[in-house]
Design a protein around this ligand. Structure first.
Ligand SMILES: C[S@@+](CC[C@H](N)C(=O)[O-])C[C@H]1O[C@@H](n2cnc3c(N)ncnc32)[C@H](O)[C@@H]1O
Length: 222
């Protein structure tokens, strides 16, 4: 990406896309098997305790998190998405927060941080700082779980297959540039290992994958 202003403009355009697509979000679900495996993996992980959900969207995963968690704090930059999520996921154990994750800081630490279909929208330039945010959100023994996909159609690749920038359209044809980094599970594991995370990333059927793990604490110095 050319420079910081270009990246900021692109991130704004990406956020605008999700504001605009919120009402039709479910119509854009990927037509592949594999979603059930993601859900089973999340149940097996058991996201217990206080859970932070980043980029919660319309609450796709929030009810499932609440089956295990004592409480969920769900953050998203789109008021439209949060409106749908709060209509779907009521109750006193969930708190919704409207915030831009590229500027937001947590007020406290959580037992689990979860993000669904968000990591692929984090630009490569912000990968390390995003994971630093995740570390700052977690208790020392906290755990992380994410699900995502690497699916991009040929007509979305407006800058070619090596660029993380693609184009997505609303049902009415309006086009937006967003980021979609096609992480490969083994490379993602390696990239995370290099910045201090121990995370296993598992491919599923279709273009999906899920990851879980933690960031070992540096050994205490006597
Ligand atoms: C692909 S959707 C994922 C939604 C949900 N987690 C799911 O699995 O269906 C990406 C979400 O990221 C949110 N988002 C985009 N830019 C953001 C930002 N800068 N800060 C916080 N959320 C953002 C969008 O509003 C949208 O809800």
């Amino acid at each position: 990406m050319a420079d910081r202003d270009d990246l900021a403009t692109l991130l704004d355009e990406q956020a605008s896309f999700y504001q605009a697509v919120a009402a039709e979000y479910d119509d854009h679900a990927l037509p592949f098997p594999g979603g059930g495996e993601l859900s089973d993996a999340l149940d097996a992980f058991r996201p217990a305790g206080s859970v932070l959900e980043l980029a919660c969207g319309p609450g796709t995963w929030t009810n499932q998190l609440l089956r295990h968690a004592t409480d969920v704090t769900a953050v998203d930059a789109s008021a439209e998405m949060l409106g749908i999520a709060s209509a779907r996921v009521g109750g006193q154990r969930v708190r919704f927060v409207l915030a831009d994750l590229f500027g937001w800081r947590p007020e406290r630490r959580y037992d689990v941080v979860f993000f669904g279909f968000w990591l692929s929208h984090v630009p490569p330039e912000r990968f390390a700082s995003f994971w630093s945010l995740v570390a700052d959100c977690l208790q020392p023994d906290g755990r992380v779980f994410f699900v995502d996909d690497a699916y991009r159609t040929g007509d979305e690749l407006i800058e070619g297959e090596h660029s993380p920038v693609i184009q997505r359209r609303l049902t009415d044809g309006t086009a937006y540039r967003i980021l979609k980094v096609p992480h490969r599970p083994e490379d993602l594991e390696h990239q995370l290992d290099q910045i201090g995370w121990r995370i296993e990333v598992h491919p599923t059927a279709g273009p999906f994958y899920w990851g879980s793990g933690r960031r070992p604490q540096p050994a205490q110095v006597a």
